[in-house]
Write a protein that binds this ligand. Structure first.
Ligand code: SF4
Length: 490
């Protein structure tokens, strides 16, 4: 069906069911988002909640609203009958048959689902995961705590998941009673702890492999983003930086793309002339070297390619690494020099520029071997990613190396820059944790530095991620109170 209006397009993206209300007024348009909000707020009869096969259900926590790919709610805690509560994901649909229709039966991202909650029952097919596990199903329409039309009137799906004062963590109240300065100090402390933890991991890498290899591995890992960190690091181990030493960028690209398993066939008929020429140059290098890497190359199956922004695809990142090494064969002396001799106000920009000032005659305008050249060049490593690498790789490496070389000034310069560094691009995890800790309104002057953001993420990893009690046994609220008391006493 061709789309002719916005309304139609919206209907295709977010199916909507018109429900006849109990009050006789206009029909109620029910979307999946409303069903998710009902689950999130647990607008269900809590006593006597049952699955379709008669199991009693006790929801300790509905889970975290997931804004990324995969199930709708992560880390829900649910008890069935008298069993101990289990931790897992929940998928919510309008109809029970949607589990099959949306293809979740074959999707490994749904392997950790422990409950399928549908607003209405449709069809009798049981829901199963890709591993063949049968899932308990809950039909919510029969077990709502109010008629659906009343819930429709009281819930505004646009407020979900963050524009709400509900669903905040138990730490929100103690944090609210503390001054913004105290919370800032607490988050900066947590951020510094995170930075030092990263530095400890990198210390071992430096001791094992040397500073340049450690830096190269860490940069590769960071360029793998969330989904390709592992294969990027494996690639850096199998093709060490010493092997790429002083190679022109195209030769380094041939080795990186070859070992990664991304080199296309030599015969690329049908592609444009520039691609044919470029691929030939890569193969001229690779065919002489491939025996050296026999049994050590990665396969395409080891990479996750679906759902990535074209500019972030791993072959483009590898092209960037080749250019980075060609431009700065020894990266560490440049970092150390920037931290030691550049004016403090210029250090952040200079370090990021080492990563952003890269160009490639082919990849600056391409996203893949199959894509057409873009009219405008796009940075191989964008400014936001470069700043992220400075905070998460360069500064921890500098601290690790400064300690190993017994150069306290270097450690101090890296920690000082970390404390002053402007915030990195926000992401779903930062927004999620900020909402849990502060509700809708982050106190003024908070999260204005990368250190505070990193502290927030550390709280998430140390406390939220380990909590299975819907905050009840979390020790962070206590810690926040003690920290605030100590600050006041000082
Ligand atoms: S788990 Fe702890 S840190 Fe996380 S929101 Fe709950 S009380 Fe706060």
């Amino acid at each position: 069906m061709s789309v002719v209006s916005y309304e139609q397009l919206r209907g295709e993206l977010a199916p909507c069911v018109l429900h006849e209300p109990s009050d006789g007024y206009a029909p109620v348009p029910v979307t999946e988002r409303l069903a998710q909000a009902i689950w999130f707020d647990q607008r269900l009869k809590r006593d006597g909640l049952q699955t379709t096969d008669g199991r009693r259900v006790r929801v300790v926590s509905p889970g975290w609203w997931n804004l990324e790919a995969g199930p709708d709610f992560r880390r829900a805690v649910i008890a069935f009958d008298d069993a101990k509560p289990q931790l897992g994901d929940v998928e919510v649909h309008l109809h029970s048959a949607d589990w099959h229709q949306h293809g979740h039966t074959r999707d490994r991202h749904y392997d950790n689902v422990i409950l399928h909650a549908a607003l209405w029952r449709r069809g009798e097919q049981p829901a199963t995961t890709a591993t063949g596990r049968a899932l308990p199903q809950l039909v919510m329409a029969d077990q709502l705590d109010a008629p659906l039309d009343q819930l429709y009137d009281s819930i505004d799906p646009e407020n979900y998941p963050y524009d709400l004062d509900s669903h905040v963590g138990a730490c929100e109240s103690p944090l609210k009673s503390a001054s913004p300065e105290t919370i800032a100090a607490l988050l900066e402390d947590a951020g510094l702890a995170r930075l030092r933890t990263k530095a400890r991991r990198l210390t071992r890498w430096i001791q094992r492999t040397g500073i340049e290899q450690a830096l190269y591995m860490a940069v590769m890992e960071a360029l793998g983003f969330k989904h390709n960190k592992e294969p990027m690091r494996r690639l850096a181990e199998r093709l060490p930086v010493a092997r790429l030493r002083e190679l022109p960028a195209t030769q380094a690209q041939a080795l990186l793309l070859g070992v990664a398993g991304f080199l296309p066939e030599r015969t690329v008929a049908g592609r444009d002339e520039a691609t044919r020429r470029y691929v030939k140059r890569l193969w001229d290098v690779w065919w002489k070297s491939r025996d050296e890497f026999a049994g050590r190359s990665l396969s395409r199956a080891e990479w996750r390619l679906a759902g990535l922004r074209p500019a972030n695809l791993p072959w483009r990142r590898l092209a960037a690494v080749a250019q980075l090494l060609a431009a700065h064969w020894e990266l560490w002396p440049k970092i150390a020099d920037t931290l030691a001799s550049q004016p403090e106000t210029k250090r952040a920009a200079r370090l990021a520029a080492l990563l952003t000032d890269l160009e490639d005659s082919y990849w600056s305008r391409r996203f893949s071997f199959a894509s057409k050249p873009q009219p405008e060049p796009e940075l191989l490593i964008g400014a936001a990613r470069a700043r992220d690498i400075v905070v998460n790789v360069v500064l921890p490496v500098a601290i690790a190396q400064g300690k190993l070389l017994e150069q306290p000034a270097l450690v101090e310069a890296a920690e000082k820059l970390f404390g002053d560094y402007p915030p990195l691009e926000s992401n779903a995890l930062v927004r999620f944790t900020a909402h849990r800790l502060f509700g809708q309104r982050v106190p003024p002057r908070l999260l204005r530095t990368a250190a505070q953001q990193q502290g927030l993420l550390q709280v998430f990893h140390d406390f939220c991620l380990n909590d299975r009690t819907a905050c009840r046994r979390c020790r962070f609220p206590d810690l926040a109170l003690q920290f605030a008391a100590k600050q006041t006493a000082c």
